[in-house]
Ligand binder design. Structure first.
Ligand code: BES
Ligand code: ZN
Length: 638
């Protein structure tokens, strides 16, 4: 019925082309209620029903072409949810259109949505709501064909007492008018209207509502798109400063490599700290974790990554979870090409160095599930893609493309190919096979025999299906920006037999390091056997690592400190690391980004499982439902 291992919908028989949402947000009941009207095109003869994916929705009524009809909910699958079967009154002809409206309410168990009490926001005055639909949670926001193989346009009317944002172009009220249309924020209902005229996969549908304001970035001459930032008023200055230099500049640079940006608006929204990802490339409106506001623009690479998805993912889309690397591998590869274009070849090499440790860790973590070490993961029907989520598709994918680039003759040859790839597949959803077929045909036409010979010498099987903790090819990078960090780490390693009181290190060792070089220093340290606990104490004291606010650095320090779960250092730092992620460190700010909270709970769980579980249970609701689910799984595994 469905070629997508994570969907029960019958999109190969009848496919959704447009969705019209009509929603009311009720912050006091924590419910979104209303309707979703799909316009579907009939693809096959003798289609008797429409099957949507749903999960945890309270569905009250279904209409087909305006007539109330019967519907049936299948038993809930733990991952895929309940299929919604809607009988068609008559068998439609191939090519005709059917309109199906579902009336429903969300429930407490809708994984896509996190409802925050006012205390959990920056301003502390208004509640907040935001969604996260990737990979398979759109079905908890509305009945849908929840597969990236289906792309729809959408329109929405959202009634809310707080400004409501969606992954679309705002139609009304005007964005440059008064906030909340001049009405009383938190009290008066305003109906927000949105239009997404570009067909997008369901996982890019998104909503956020809260006390947020907008500030445009300086516009770039000759561009028809606009770009700006949304945040709570308390954070808007910091958010604007962090991203105003780079966002539009990187977007414009990307346009020199690939076809023009298609979504008219590229805004970023800085979310409350429980947002479970670093960034999420929702169409027109990238969602960002507030931990990017480091005050030194050192984490803008996340924005570069998300805006790059505008082509790789939002334009050319993976057909289903099995081919997820096409989204993330390409995006990571291109993000680093932009680093080279706007900064230097050394900056590109440095990004690969930064990523290599994460790849190693991810491959190690999956040693008991080697299937998830693969680039192409053949998911069983109903297998949870979140179980396979790791840096493997990002880093293995980016390295694979770098390997191909080098085989084929470097950037000069490879970037025109990338343009052709985007141009050929934008608007569609593809498999790895389709990607590879196009790659061969492009290079047959551009270069012929030699290029085909180069392609034939690639070990496709090893890259696609290889397992283990190494890449199929040993990759060389420009490591010039990493050398001083390597050297300092080696010096610490060599000092392990020196008494802690005699160690010859000083604060100035890292004075010249930028934030990412500090990360590389700590990551490198972690590749050596654990340092004695007394050394870790000195390390912290000299460089103030357990006080640093940059979360990327702080995380790496705790990883070093907790490396040997039975050590005195691990016992000393585990409670502190846990306090840091749950916001009991005096900041009250939870580290909801899973990149930070999951490794800390996991590492601390290995040191003291009872404590980790206790602290998690006490702060569970501060985390997004997706993070709750995954931290729970992690803690059960230790
Ligand atoms: N699309 C992803 C986030 C995602 C992937 C959410 C799969 C749910 C399922 C986003 O583009 C991403 O990769 N975010 C990274 C950013 C980083 C690689 C720069 C993150 O959140 O860490
Ligand atoms: Zn991504």
């Amino acid at each position: 019925m469905s070629a997508d291992p994570t969907s029960q919908s019958n999109y190969l028989q009848i496919v959704s082309e447009h969705i019209d949402f009509n929603w009311t947000i009720d912050f006091s009941k924590k419910i979104v209620s209303g309707s979703a009207t799909h316009t579907l095109k009939v693809l096959q003869s003798s289609v008797k029903e429409v099957i949507f994916d749903t999960a945890a929705l309270d569905i009250s009524k279904v209409e087909v072409d305006g007539q109330t009809t019967t519907f049936k909910l299948g038993t809930a699958h733990p991952v895929m949810g309940s299929a919604l079967f809607i009988a068609l009154p008559s068998i439609p002809t191939v090519g005709s259109h059917v309109k199906v409206t579902t009336f429903y309410k969300t429930t407490e168990s809708c994984t896509a949505l996190q409802w925050l009490d006012k205390e959990q926001t920056q301003g502390g005055k208004f509640p907040y709501l935001f969604s996260q639909c990737q990979p398979i949670y759109m079905r908890t926001l509305a009945p849908a064909q929840d597969t990236p193989s289906v792309k729809t346009t959408y329109t929405a009317k959202v009634s809310s007492v707080l400004p409501a944002l969606m992954s679309a172009v705002r139609v009304a009220p005007p964005q440059d008018g008064p906030s909340h249309d001049g009405k009383v924020i938190g009290k008066d209902v305003v109906t927000y209207t949105y239009d997404q005229p570009v067909p997008i996969p369901s996982y890019l549908i998104a909503i956020a509502a809260g006390n947020v304001v907008h500030r445009p970035f300086p516009s770039i001459e000759g561009k028809s798109w606009t770009s700006g930032v949304w945040a709570e008023p308390e954070l808007i200055d910091a958010a604007y400063w962090e991203f105003c230099e780079d966002t539009a500049r990187f977007l414009a640079t990307e346009e020199t490599i690939v076809p023009p940006y298609r979504f008219k608006v590229y805004d970023v929204l800085v979310l409350p700290p429980s947002f479970p990802y670093g960034g999420m490339e929702n169409a027109c409106l990238t969602f960002l974790t507030p931990t990017l506001l480091a005050g030194d623009r050192s984490l803008v690479d996340v924005v570069v990554h998300e805006l790059t998805h505008s082509w790789f993912g939002n334009g050319v889309t993976h057909a289903n979870a099995t081919h997820f690397w096409l989204n993330e591998g390409f995006t990571t590869y291109m993000e680093r090409v932009l680093q080279e274009k706007l900064h230097s070849p050394a900056a590109r090499g440095f990004s690969y160095v930064l990523g290599a440790k994460g790849l190693k860790d991810a491959l190690k973590l999956y040693e008991d599930r080697p299937k998830y070490q693969r680039l192409i993961i053949n998911f069983e029907k109903g297998e949870d893609p979140d179980d396979a989520y790791s840096e493997v598709p990002y880093e293995k994918g980016a390295n694979f493309l770098l390997h191909l680039e080098r085989k084929l003759g470097g950037l000069e040859v490879f970037l025109p190919y990338i343009y052709d790839y985007v141009n050929t597949f934008t608007g569609t959803s593809i498999t790895t096979e389709q990607w590879k077929t196009h790659l061969y045909s492009y290079f047959k036409a551009h270069g012929g025999e030699d290029k085909i010979k180069a392609l034939d010498s690639v070990d496709w099987n090893a890259w696609f299906y290889g397992e283990g903790t190494e890449l199929p090819v040993k990759m060389e990078y420009d490591t010039s920006l990493a050398e001083s960090a390597y050297e300092l780490a080696a010096r610490w390693d060599k000092s392990r037999h020196t008494a802690a009181s005699k160690l010859d290190f000083k604060e100035a060792d890292i004075d010249s390091f930028n934030a990412n070089q500090k990360v590389v220093f700590l990551q490198t340290l972690e590749t050596y056997p654990p340092l004695p606990s007394s050394h870790i104490e000195v390390l912290d004291k000299i460089y103030h690592l357990s006080k640093i606010t940059n979360a990327e650095i702080r995380l790496r320090f705790y990883e070093v400190a907790l490396q040997d779960p039975s050590s005195a250092a691990a016992k000393a730092y585990a409670p502190q690391a846990l306090d840091w992620v749950v916001g009991e460190d005096g900041t009250g700010i939870v580290k909801g980004r899973m990149k930070f909270c999951r490794p800390v709970f996991l590492a601390a769980g290995k040191v003291d499982k009872r404590l980790a579980v206790k602290i998690f249970e006490a702060h569970k609701t501060a985390f997004h439902p997706i993070a709750q689910k995954l931290i729970e799984k992690d803690l059960n595994s230790v």
